[in-house]
Design a protein around this ligand. Structure first.
Ligand code: DC
Length: 251
């Protein structure tokens, strides 16, 4: 198996930017597991919307309801490469709507859905011979043995500012409260919860080279990349052009 780098952190902490840069520098494939949960949520919106005569208006925390959601997700074909496809349709843009934003944490809180998607994520990693994988539970559940586990965070103000810039809609205050609500749900579900910053910092302070916590509030993307590349050197992962023993004149 090739290198695996896990990146976890709350919405807007800079995971995707870091994952893409690391993928480019190290020549690794990148998996955005949030996109997988979003595609699953979109499928549930389609199917249950039809069942509820046009639009999904009701959600419930009943066990039977959750099982029905998990069954719908199980039947979905989700492919995450450069584009995101759901049952053969390109949904790259559709998974980023406010409706999906509002619903995805609920779908992601269902243990049977998580079990299904975690297993697909592990298959993706095996098929791609490792990669850079970003989400909420990658270093804790999906790949606890990843070569490096990065926990990225930033203040809620900085995260809302970044998301406002990305989406060009909605004011910052509204985004802050949406992100705050998602953080709350992502950190307090029964399985695969995002660890709190305190817990991540505690794990890092155990002095393990394979774990790093970075607060990106005061760092730009290139600073964060440099910090991670320096730590990767420590765990023996080097960008291809600087690999030890690499012979350019080999025939
Ligand atoms: O990273 P994102 O904002 O696109 O993630 C969308 C949602 O999916 C978010 O509410 C958290 C959830 N998620 C999760 O529960 N586990 C993951 N590994 C990735 C995302």
């Amino acid at each position: 198996m090739g290198s695996i780098i896990a990146i976890d952190g709350p919405a807007g902490s800079g995971k995707s930017t870091l994952a893409r840069s690391l993928g480019d520098v190290l020549g690794l494939h990148v998996l955005d597991t949030g996109a997988m949960y979003r595609a699953a949520a979109l499928k549930v919106i389609y199917v249950m919307g039809k069942e509820q005569s046009g639009t999904l208006t009701e959600v419930s925390s009943d066990k039977s309801w959750s099982l029905h959601v998990a069954e719908i997700v199980k039947k979905s074909v989700i492919v995450i490469e450069d584009r995101v496809s759901l049952d053969g349709q390109d949904v790259t843009e559709e998974i980023r709507t406010d409706q999906v934003d509002g619903f995805v944490s609920f779908v992601a809180s269902i243990p049977a859905v998580r079990k299904d998607l975690v297993s697909r994520q592990r298959q993706w990693i095996a098929m791609h011979n490792g990669g850079v994988v970003e989400g909420r539970d990658i270093g804790t559940v999906v790949c606890p043995d990843a070569d490096l586990k990065v926990y990225l965070t930033a203040s809620i103000e900085a995260r809302a500012e970044r998301r406002a810039g990305e989406r060009a809609t909605g004011e910052r205050a509204k985004l802050e409260s949406m992100i705050d609500r998602r953080d709350e749900l992502d950190m307090n579900r029964s399985t695969g919860a995002l660890p709190s910053l305190e817990l991540a910092a505690l794990a890092e302070s155990a002095g393990r080279d394979d774990m790093i916590v970075i607060d990106s509030t005061e760092h730009d993307a290139s600073d964060v990349l440099s910090i991670v590349l320096a730590r990767l050197e420590k765990v023996g992962i080097h960008p291809p052009s600087t690999q030890i023993g690499y012979e350019t004149d080999e025939i």
